[in-house]
Design a protein around this ligand. Structure first.
Ligand code: NCD
Length: 305
């Protein structure tokens, strides 16, 4: 069903699609190291166009394609591409679509991935468009909850951090409307969820905007923390004022209930103390590792024969 389709927003996926991706990801997880021999993506080329920094997303897409026996071409740095000469995104896409079978793009502007998909006859995957969305991170996040807690349904999830600019939060919340979950939102006052996301979720989810995190920390099955998105601030002084406004330390984690987990899309700056890394509830590095089976599943469902 995903074959040859672009993935721009989590709204492109219904619950059935998400379950199909997870089923395929389970298979990839089991066979991660021997898929290369079968070369299911032989002769296929994936291009990664990253106009913004990335470690996990780009490398996991590239590793996923390599593990499927396909090839990768990469524009990892907009400074060394024709973007720096003034080429438009539309023109770049018209070229790259003839060089590859599937395009993964990250761009600082909201809507850039959608625009790219309009100019491409090949499927485009949104790997983050400004403060907009990051649908593949959401698949990784949901898959992590499923793998680590057995199910997504009926969980209480507290999301702490930059809800305004954090694209992973936007996509995650939109996708969670497909499930029966309780959501607690915690953020500094000027980093609240944008209205357009709130309107989309408020009638579909049990959403609570809270100030006191103590109680939600105790009750939650998942604590999902994000960093403040420094690069989105036009006035950097506003960012500096917010540094350190929330932090999860060993003390908070000790109050969490049994079988609860801590997630973070990474990179972490200072919002989770490093001492938490060694506690068994800390699942953020495991979460990043699920990026491989999820992206292997997606690539093969979208670009496979
Ligand atoms: C996130 C992103 O780029 O939106 N990183 C990622 O892909 N794992 C989160 C972030 O940068 O804070």
């Amino acid at each position: 069903m995903l074959k040859n389709k672009s993935l721009i927003s989590v709204s492109d996926l219904d619950k059935g699609d998400i379950e199909d991706i997870f089923e395929k990801a389970d298979y990839m997880y089991q066979n991660m190291n021997n898929m290369r021999q079968n070369e299911p993506m032989k002769l296929k080329i994936l291009s990664t166009l990253f106009y913004e920094p990335s470690t996990r997303t780009r490398l996991s897409f590239e590793s996923a394609m390599e593990r499927l026996g396909g090839s990768v071409i990469s524009m990892a740095d907009s400074k060394t591409s024709s973007f720096s000469k003034g080429e438009t995104l539309a023109d770049t896409i018209r070229i790259v679509e003839s060089y590859s079978d599937i395009i993964v793009i990250r761009h600082p502007l909201e809507g850039a991935a959608l625009l790219a998909s309009r100019f491409s006859s090949k499927p485009v995957i949104n790997a983050g468009d400004g403060s907009g969305e990051h649908p593949t991170q959401t698949l990784v996040d949901l898959y992590t909850i499923k793998k680590e807690l057995g199910d997504i349904e009926n969980k209480e999830i507290t999301i702490i951090g930059d809800l305004k600019y954090g694209r992973t939060v936007h996509s995650l919340l939109l996708a969670l409307t497909r499930y029966h979950v309780k959501i607690n939102l915690v953020s500094p006052a000027n980093l609240k969820l944008p209205d357009y996301v709130y309107k989309e979720i408020k009638n579909k989810l049990d959403v609570n905007i809270i100030d006191d995190i103590e109680q939600s920390i105790k009750q939650s099955d998942v604590l999902y923390i994000t960093r403040i998105q420094k690069e989105r601030f036009t006035d950097k002084n506003e960012y500096y004022k917010l540094i350190g406004s929330y932090k999860i330390t060993k003390k908070e984690v000790e109050k969490m209930k049994e079988n609860s987990i801590i997630m973070h899309p990474l990179p972490r700056i200072d919002e989770i103390d490093v001492e938490v890394d060694f506690m068994k509830k800390a699942k953020y590095f495991k979460q990043a590792s699920y990026g491989i089976p999820i992206r292997m599943a997606l690539i093969s469902m979208i670009a496979g024969d």
